[in-house]
Design a protein around this ligand. Structure first.
Ligand SMILES: NC(=O)c1ccc[n+]([C@@H]2O[C@H](COP(=O)([O-])OP(=O)(O)OC[C@H]3O[C@@H](n4cnc5c(N)ncnc54)[C@H](OP(=O)(O)O)[C@@H]3O)[C@@H](O)[C@H]2O)c1
Length: 375
């Protein structure tokens, strides 16, 4: 086990010093090792995972909001290497809950991230309230769990928030759009548990991911590529004389497709709930971002008499925190959910990893191995 005396004085990290899309803006850098303050943890990173939200921040947030050089990404798994005691003010979560050598997973809060802290670095200093112990499971090796858990924080907390907002009950019929992505693959598993065997979970994803999504709990899959526009296919199957003949109680849109919402009256019950991550932007531009924000506000507020959609629109915004990470860890330990990972890339291959993430076709999460010593 490492002690602070064994630690190097510098660390390797990827950094960016200008607004723009990764990987073009990223360069390898040697930085001073961050020092843990009282009540914080010094963590050696094993794996980080890439998230669309972190890329949106890098590409679109004005430079003035970041402290450069900044390190990309929020979510990670790793090992506690130092845990100085909680400070006298007691306003930190208790760092004594963690000791050197503990395996953990966690997420860097956006406020700290904007001050330059990121997960694509060998070491991170964080308050203990942002991490949880790594779950264990008899059929998952420690190495695999570190990979899986690095992708859980933001996606998992978002999936939890979506499912809680959906107010699911046993027997309900639920449609999950974007079911094969980082958020959607977790949502499908949580929804199946909530609605039980008497409920129906229908997933929307591409054909190549259909078997994987069925393995997570979806009873049926509708391929949005073959059946474009998919809202017509859904309305046909839900309509009178259709294959299902009944509409959904809840739609969870884990990807964010505006035209699906615009046309949901054909497949979502009038009293049903539309619960969504928001709207996926087509391109990384400020205009696209502002357009999406405007549409989201319109979706929630536009009155039906003025042409709004006659269904309830609930948009969820989630950030990861220690309590919810513990909840997710418990679900993994009980075998209720597992993290789906597209693959693991090395720090030197991060460019390829970002291109796959930006393609919006990744199956689950994209992990990056930060600790090159770990097998
Ligand atoms: N509100 C929040 O707090 C919050 C938090 C996290 C993420 N998000 C947002 O949620 C969205 C999803 O995040 P994520 O991490 O899951 O993204 P992701 O992993 O990049 O999503 C990729 C998946 O999206 C699917 N997909 C692509 N186009 C689709 C379409 N037109 N219809 C249905 N599915 C489609 C792909 O499925 P196939 O390959 O099978 O086609 C792929 O599996 C992003 O827009 C992200 O910014 C919001």
């Amino acid at each position: 086990m490492s002690t602070p005396q064994d630690l190097p004085s510098t660390m390797q990290a990827l950094t960016f010093s200008t607004r723009g899309l990764p990987p073009q803006t990223l360069t390898p850098n040697t930085l001073p090792l961050p020092s843990p303050l009282l009540g914080t943890l010094l963590i050696r990173t094993s794996y980080a995972s890439l998230s669309p939200g972190a890329t949106i921040m890098m590409a679109l947030f004005p430079s003035i909001m970041y402290r450069y050089p900044a390190i990309p990404e929020l979510d990670f798994s790793g090992t506690v290497v130092a845990a100085p005691p909680t400070d006298a003010t007691g306003d930190q979560a208790d760092s004594s809950a963690f000791k050197p050598g503990d395996l953990i997973f966690g997420s860097i809060p956006v406020g700290l991230h904007l001050r330059g802290v990121g997960a694509l670095a060998e070491y991170i200093v964080l308050p203990p309230s942002t991490v949880a112990h790594l779950p264990t499971h008899a059929s998952i090796s420690e190495a695999d769990m570190l990979v899986q858990a690095s992708g859980l924080p933001v996606s998992g907390c978002t999936a939890l928030a979506l499912v809680k907002a959906a107010k699911l009950e046993a027997g309900m019929r639920v449609l999950v759009n974007g079911a094969s992505g980082g958020v959607g693959s977790l949502v499908v598993q949580m929804v199946r548990r909530a609605v039980g065997v008497s409920g129906a979970v229908v997933a929307v994803c591409s054909e190549g991911n259909a078997e994987m999504v069925k393995g997570l709990g979806a009873g049926e899959v509708v391929d949005y590529v073959t059946h474009a526009p998919v809202y017509e296919e859904l309305a046909k199957r839900c309509g009178l004389g259709g294959e299902w003949g009944v509409e959904f109680d809840v739609v969870i849109d884990a990807f964010g497709v505006q035209e699906l919402w615009n046309n949901c009256a054909g497949f979502l019950k009038k009293e049903g709930r539309w619960v969504t991550v928001g709207i996926a932007i087509g391109e990384y531009s400020v205009l696209a971002m502002l357009g999406a924000v405007g549409k989201m506000a319109g979706n929630a507020l536009w009155p039906v008499w003025a042409g709004g959609v006659d269904r309830r629109y609930i948009q969820v915004t989630a950030t990861a925190n220690g309590e919810e990470l513990k909840e997710l860890g418990g679900m993994v330990e009980r075998g209720e959910v597992k993290g789906v990972v597209e693959g693991v890339w090395g720090m030197e291959e991060v460019g390829e990893a970002y291109e796959i993430m930006k393609s919006k076709r990744a199956r689950g999460k994209i992990a990056v191995k930060v600790d090159s010593r770990r097998e």
